[in-house]
Design a protein around this ligand. Structure first.
Ligand code: SAH
Length: 216
């Protein structure tokens, strides 16, 4: 894993961002954030040469670092603003959390695999990103830290967890892929009242599954 960011890396990121624009990502702030985060620092050493391909890659614990297009798409839908409180479910490599930090969000990120929780916690501060890290079951959210302006789930959920809905502020938004294990629908859920939510569908994606409990 190389933490050094060279002009070559920056050039490859610029190309990646051009590709994301062509694929329909429009939000300039999101594109700028992606152009600043050194994705190669988040990759396993065997795949580091592919860091700026628009593809998902394996990380530790049988998980994946999401495809940049998916990260950009989810981040764009999430519509974060400076200092907004964001809960990310599924820290994984920490790449998505870093993108949210670049957008100046106050990021709380939760992971169920201890190995990933530890490595992200070791990596991100050295890159200048300071989210709050939690080891736990994201189905339950973080009741003592909520409510949140935004909730982003980065694993495929079989259903929308009730606890997460309850941890949104009124007016808050959640982006969550929901469906069977082979394909999920990207949902944008807005809480418009105490017990009122509006759901929009935004296309099909494939994520690793949202699983219960924690793994040591
Ligand atoms: N956001 C990550 C994507 C990682 S893949 C990145 O940018 O790299 C999804 C992650 O969700 C995996 O690390 C997986 O272990 C984690 N996960 C799955 N179910 C979870 C749960 N219930 N609570 C917290 N994390 C979970």
């Amino acid at each position: 894993m190389s933490l050094i960011d060279t002009p070559r890396h920056q050039g490859m990121r610029k190309k990646l961002v051009e590709g994301l624009k062509i694929k329909g990502i429009r939000d300039e702030k999101v594109l700028e954030a992606i152009s600043r985060v050194p994705r190669h620092a988040f990759m396993d050493s065997s795949f580091v040469g592919f860091a700026y391909r628009d593809q998902a890659f394996p990380i530790a614990a049988g998980q994946t670092i999401s495809q940049p297009y998916t990260v950009a798409f989810q981040t764009q839908l999430l519509d974060v603003f400076p200092l907004c409180k964001v809960l990310e479910v599924g820290t994984g490599s920490g790449y998505q959390a870093a993108v949210l930090c670049e957008l100046k969000a106050k990021v709380y990120t939760i992971e169920r695999q201890r190995e990933l929780y530890v490595s992200a916690q070791q990596l991100l501060p050295g890159l200048g990103y300071q989210p709050a890290f939690f080891l736990g079951d994201g189905y339950k959210g973080l009741p003592t830290y909520g409510p949140f302006d935004r909730i982003l789930v980065t694993a495929g959920a079989p259903y929308v967890p009730e606890e997460l809905l309850g941890q949104l502020v009124i007016g808050g938004k959640m982006v969550i892929p929901v469906g069977k294990t082979d394909s999920q629908e990207m949902l944008l859920i807005t809480r418009i009242g105490e017990d009122e939510y509006v759901t929009e569908k935004h296309g099909s994606f494939v994520f690793v599954p949202l699983l219960k409990g924690t793994v040591n």
